[in-house]
Design a protein around this ligand. Structure first.
Ligand SMILES: [Zn+2]
Ligand SMILES: [Zn+2]
Ligand SMILES: [Zn+2]
Length: 496
């Protein structure tokens, strides 16, 4: 409110006594009479006088603490002092002044009066909001809220997931444990998910019964044609999915599409259950590769490549597949880190004609781990430049730098043993101080016999670095994993 009207608001009640009901607050008088508190108990003039007195105090004292003291007919001034500075407050408050002068006798309380005052204010300014709109808004609000709920239920974000509002957590008792029986868990999960999602339209209809009672949705025959059609489909959908779920679950889930998917991989004399138990066993192993968002998980075990989606499961056997990097996408910002993240799309195609090709997506930093787990090579058809993880990149640099260092010739009497880090490659690294003169610098001479391979030594070197400052890695010294003598990259010698 502009200053002028604010001032006016303060002054008007003072002029009221003289000018009668001309000014806005004049309506108070009518209300005062209309509410049956008027002439019978008090004279109109007396009332006016009291109000004048009150108003006079307002303009004299201005703003102070908040209004809201108990209404008392004898002392309007203390309440007036409680008036806030702005116009609206003033106006409301002037009604309170009246309340003070008249309502006290009627035993009414101040808050009720202030509410009446406000509604009077509305009426005097303009017409009320159309009735239809105020009845429509709960329906619109409910529709929007339900839409958000449905989207969050079907594609749960992390927050919803952690709050446990997913089909998996709601049905967890029925689903059992994924680790104990992976295939059985997903047979139930996909069926339960389909059923739960098919109930969403019906939930909307039932919610609308309460959100929009004027549509008479509770009484089906009174509802409009569109709503009748909607209700028909809302009931039909879960009916179909329930029938489907019942059919799938017959004969120990023999009819479920997942059982058919697995049956493709079964040996001639065995059924899908043999494949399922193989997958269950391998899924329990700790060395499986698993990644991806819950809606598109990728699991690679020793024999199987599995992609888990909301409604189904893709399964391929490792020995049958070709993998091709088909696409890469760079995301500049992710919630977890501030470095750009590259996502790779890899097409998994099987030589088995019954296995449909599918795409898996993963972070490029997990690419090295996936390649380790897969027996088949991954071809890069799109010539995608793959951004590897920092340690993979470092390992490449470490290897290339060590290869240009001096080499070490083992005495012919000494036999080399497998690397004690990986037990797979023959040890091929000897640490010899080459960087500086024997008594200079931080590096020390290591007297250990060759015990490590190049990859394990590179991983050891990377593991001892400050992960926040990769620029210091190549120039730093780390202790020998066996004797703790310090060495740098220049001191790492390959054995010829
Ligand atoms: Zn090794
Ligand atoms: Zn050593
Ligand atoms: Zn050194």
């Amino acid at each position: 409110m502009p200053e002028a009207s604010r001032g006016q608001g303060l002054r008007v009640p003072a002029g009221l006594g003289g000018r009668g009901a001309r000014a806005r607050p004049g309506s108070r008088l009518e209300r005062g009479r209309g509410s049956g508190l008027g002439p019978g108990r008090r004279g109109g003039a007396e009332e006016r006088e009291e109000m004048d007195g009150g108003a006079g105090t307002i303009s004299a004292r201005g703003g102070g603490s908040r209004p809201g003291g108990p209404a008392s007919p004898a002392a309007p001034a203390p309440r007036i002092r409680g008036c806030g500075g702005n116009y609206r407050w003033n106006y409301r408050w002037s009604i309170r002044a009246e309340a003070g002068s008249t309502a006290g006798a009627a035993g009414s309380t101040a808050p009720r009066w202030s509410i009446r005052g406000r509604s009077g204010n509305c009426r005097s300014r303009g017409p009320r909001r159309p009735v239809g709109r105020s009845m429509e808004s709960p329906a619109v609000t409910f529709t929007l809220a339900y839409l958000v709920f449905a989207v969050c239920f079907v594609f749960p974000p992390d927050e919803v997931r952690s709050a446990g509002l997913t089909v998996q957590s709601l049905l967890s008792a029925w689903l059992g444990s994924e680790d104990a029986a992976f295939v059985q868990y997903h047979l139930r999960r996909s069926t339960g998910t389909l059923l739960a999602h098919s109930l969403l339209p019906l939930g909307y209809y039932l919610g609308m019964c309460f959100a929009a009672p004027e549509k008479h949705l509770c009484f089906f025959y009174l509802a409009s044609k569109e709503w009748k059609t909607f209700f028909f489909f809302a009931v039909l959908l879960p009916a179909i999915t329930s029938a489907l779920a019942y059919y799938w679950s017959r004969k120990g889930w023999n009819n479920h599409p997942l059982a058919r998917t697995l049956a493709v991989h079964a040996l001639p004399q065995s059924g899908w259950r043999a494949v399922a138990s193989s997958i269950n066993t391998e899924f329990r192993r700790i060395d499986k590769f698993a990644t991806g968002a819950p809606g598109a998980r990728v699991i690679v075990t020793d024999t199987w490549v599995i992609k888990v989606t909301t409604y189904c499961l893709h399964v391929a056997q490792q020995q049958d597949i070709h993998l091709t990097v088909t696409d890469s996408r760079q995301h500049e910002l992710t919630p977890d880190s501030n470095v750009p993240v590259q996502f790779l799309t890899i097409r998994v195609a099987s030589v088995n004609p019954y296995v449909k090709a599918f795409d898996i997506r993963l972070n490029s930093t997990e690419y090295g781990e996936l390649r380790e787990k897969l027996r088949a090579p991954i071809s890069n058809a799109a010539n995608v430049v793959i951004h590897q993880s920092l340690s993979d990149l470092f390992l490449e640099t470490f290897t290339s730098l060590v290869e240009i260092n001096q080499t070490y010739h083992v005495p012919s009497t000494q036999e080399l043993e497998p690397c004690i880090g990986c037990m797979q490659t023959i040890a091929n690294i000897k640490l010899i101080k080459n960087c500086q003169e024997p008594n200079e610098g931080e590096c020390q001479q290591c007297y250990c016999r060759p015990m490590w391979c190049l990859t394990c030594m590179g991983k050891w070197f990377a593991s001892r670095q400050d992960q926040q400052h990769p620029e210091t890695w190549l120039s730093s010294q780390v202790p020998c994993p066996t004797c703790r003598a310090k060495f740098c990259i220049l001191d790492v010698c390959l054995i010829r």
